[in-house]
Design a protein. Structure first.
Lengths: 437, 273
């Protein structure tokens, strides 16, 4: 160091030595390393998210297409109503599968014998016969005429058309036989069988057959459950937080309550399902597997999250605002309602969204209160049996047919869209309430 | 016990009235304040005269703000704070069971150390107090209260064209005058000011001091200040606090020219503070 001083002839401070500059360089290097690690972490998380979303979208988008047979059906009076009666009871008992079979046989004459006919019928969905029955029931005058009808294909045929079943493996390893493949190719060439864009997967209700299954019922169930959760957890949660934070004396009892609320937030959700089962179902006798009880259980699960978030938001309101209001003679309730709550609203909303987002994706507690039931009807009231999107996803994911894979992915897409919509509304509201001070 | 204290207070008030010819607005007798186990104020006896400015001075932590906050029961909001003794407003014990704090705080307004306007418009900042107390409905009546309050706080000309803008957008000095206007708007009898100029620059401070002098005509003012020159400029009476005790209280001139206690002298000559 001394020679440096001599060279320049200037006095150098302790912060201008080489040793110090080396230390300084190491400090900057540490910062750069930290930043690189941070960027790496974000890039990794982003990549995983892209992979996840891409997988779901690629698996799921085909659910919005449906293979259909565009065929001419002869509504043979002999098969529909052998007695000639037009009574609904008689019409509903008609042999509609025979009409479907005949329409297909007209197009595929080489499907002969019992096996051939059965193999041909496997290509079209069970729902085809019901479609024809509904047509006849609502318009009996079509009996004896020929009508162009669009019938949905069965799952295996649908999946083959979509290219999910490979054709170059031996036929005992796949669900469609070589003969069926030949028919499908022939029908596609004739323009009878084709893939159409279809929103049935959104607008239909659940079914045992993947090609007929949709998630409208689960979506409505989810919306109703969320409404119950929202209506219960937000007012109760905010009221509890306001009381504990603004009014309650600080003593051993309130400390105990606070510890318990914090612990409840960490309780596994399935425990809330057990509580719902033993309390609400067995003790209070509330309607099983309904949106009402689902909402109540999820509200219990969400409450601690909302209370904790709301208390944190209330705590962060500067005390000077409370003093200002008290100082001009506002009552404690006026202080809270007029000044503290509006300022805490953005934080409370954030907590609410976190809680509701978790509740929306929750499956485990709902399984225990019977929402795992197979529900075909769209629930029209809170007390009717219903299911919700995550449970629907859970059930579909557990079924073996190839068609369920795309339906499951499509349901996940809908669930994510629901979640994004909910968050967007919350962010909009938060921006609206946000004020500077 | 209670009667005895009251009689003592009555006697004190009569003495003051006889000696100075000015009635006492607030009398404090044997006031003790504890924060938990820690004693913050010891046996404070103090008379606050009507339509005068009383300054409370003293070094940091001497209890002057604590005493000020006893006068409108702001200390009630602090759980561990305990107030003993007698404080009377117009001869009425403000810590009596029958006294409502909302009513008391409407009569005894407060301006805080840091300007704390509500995050609302300038208009709503002023109108909030009168609205919750039902002094006026929306419309011309309220407009008049807002205008006169801002005028008396010397802020009207600066903000009359932007009453709908947020009060938090004003400068520090303007915000503090807004807070004074907000306190005036509910027509209190007493205004407590807790170091109202400590966050302000000298020009804004001069503004506020002029304002305090004008407000004296209509209100009784108690001001806590660190700044001895300020106390000398704005107040007629000064009380010197030290380590939780009220050492000396007299006319401001007396305190600053011929202090009787040597602690007072030490403080005003700058030996500690």
């Amino acid at each position: 160091m001394t020679d440096l001083v001599n060279e320049t002839g200037l006095r150098r401070s302790a912060y201008q030595t080489e040793a110090f500059e080396a230390r300084l360089r190491r400090r900057y290097q540490a910062e750069r390393r930290f930043q690189l690690m941070g960027i790496g972490a974000i890039a990794f998380a982003g990549l995983m998210l892209v992979v996840l979303l891409a997988t779901i979208t690629l698996n799921g988008y085909t659910a919005f297409f449906q293979s259909r047979f565009d065929v001419e059906v002869f509504f043979d009076a002999e098969a529909v109503t052998p007695s000639g009666s037009r009574e609904p009871a008689v019409l509903s008992a008609g042999d509609y599968p025979a009409l479907v079979r005949q329409a297909l046989l007209d197009l595929v004459p080489d499907a002969t014998g019992r096996d051939g006919k059965r193999a041909l019928m496997e290509l079209v969905s069970d729902s085809a016969a019901y479609t024809l029955r509904e047509m006849v029931m609502s318009h009996p005058e079509i009996i004896g005429t020929r009508q162009r009808v669009s019938l949905i294909a069965a799952d295996t045929a649908d999946q083959f058309v979509k290219g999910h079943i490979p054709r170059d493996i031996s036929q005992d390893k796949r669900k469609v036989s070589d003969r069926q493949i030949a028919w499908i190719d022939d029908l596609r060439a004739k323009g009878v069988l084709a893939k159409h864009f279809s929103l049935d997967v959104l607008t239909q209700s659940n079914s045992r057959q993947p090609e007929q299954a949709g998630m409208w019922g689960a979506l409505i169930g989810s919306i109703m459950t969320m409404l119950v959760t929202l209506a219960l957890s937000v007012p109760i949660g905010v009221a509890a937080a306001v009381y504990l934070e603004e009014f309650a004396p600080k003593n051993r009892w309130t400390d105990l309550i606070e510890v318990n609320i914090n612990n409840l937030a960490a309780v596994p959700s399935i425990v809330f399902g057990l509580l719902g089962l033993s309390m609400f179902l067995n003790f209070f006798g509330m309607p099983r597997s309904s949106a009402l009880i689902g909402g109540v259980v999820l509200a219990l699960m969400t409450l601690p999250t909302i209370i904790i978030a709301a208390r944190a938001a209330l705590k962060s309101v500067p005390p000077s605002i409370r003093e200002a209001a008290l100082g001009i003679g506002a009552s404690p309730l006026q202080v809270v309602v007029h000044h503290v709550l509006p300022l805490a609203a953005p934080g409370i909303l954030t907590g609410t969204i976190l809680g509701l987002g978790r509740a929306l994706g929750e499956t485990a507690p709902l399984l225990l209160i019977g929402m795992v039931a197979f529900v075909v009807d769209v629930p029209s009231s809170l007390s009717e049996p219903s299911t919700v999107l995550p449970v629907q996803i859970f059930m579909w994911a557990g079924s073996p047919e190839r068609g369920w894979i795309e339906r499951t992915s499509a349901a996940i897409m809908l669930l994510l869209a629901f979640l994004i919509l909910m968050n967007a509304v919350a962010i909009f509201l938060r921006k609206k309430f946000e004020r500077r001070w | 016990m209670r009667i005895e204290v009251s009689q003592r207070a009555m006697a004190g008030r009569q003495d003051g009235a006889v000696l100075r010819g000015v009635p006492n607005k607030i009398t404090a007798r044997a006031v003790n304040v504890h924060y938990g186990a820690k004693r913050a104020l010891t046996d404070i006896n103090l008379d606050i005269e009507e339509n005068r400015v009383t300054a409370l001075i003293g070094p940091s932590g001497c209890g002057k703000s604590t005493f000020l906050r006893c006068l409108n029961r702001m200390n009630d909001t602090i759980d561990i704070c305990r107030v003993q003794g007698l404080i009377e407003l117009d001869g009425e014990d403000i810590y009596a069971k029958t006294i409502d704090t909302v009513q008391l705080r409407a009569r005894v307004g407060m301006v805080f150390q840091k300007p704390n306007p509500f995050p609302k418009s300038i208009y709503d900042n002023i109108a909030y107090g009168p609205r919750i107390h039902g002094l006026a409905q929306r419309g011309p009546e309220m407009d008049e209260i807002v205008r006169s309050s801002l005028e008396r706080a010397g802020l009207w000309n600066e903000v009359k064209d932007r009453l709908r803008e947020p009060g938090t957008g004003l400068s520090g000095g303007q915000q503090q005058r807004l807070c004074i206007a907000r306190a005036i708007a509910v027509s209190p009898e007493v205004i407590l000011m807790d170091e109202p100029c400590s966050a302000l620059d000298p020009i804004a401070t001069a503004h506020i001091e002029e304002l305090i002098d004008e407000l004296r005509e209509n209100y009784t003012i108690v001001i806590v200040t660190h700044n001895m020159q300020q106390a000398a400029r704005v107040s007629q009476k000064t009380a010197f606090f030290h380590l939780g005790e009220m050492v000396e209280c007299d006319d401001t001139e007396e305190i600053f020219t011929t202090p009787r206690d040597e602690r007072t002298q030490g403080y005003i000559t700058g030996r500690y503070g």
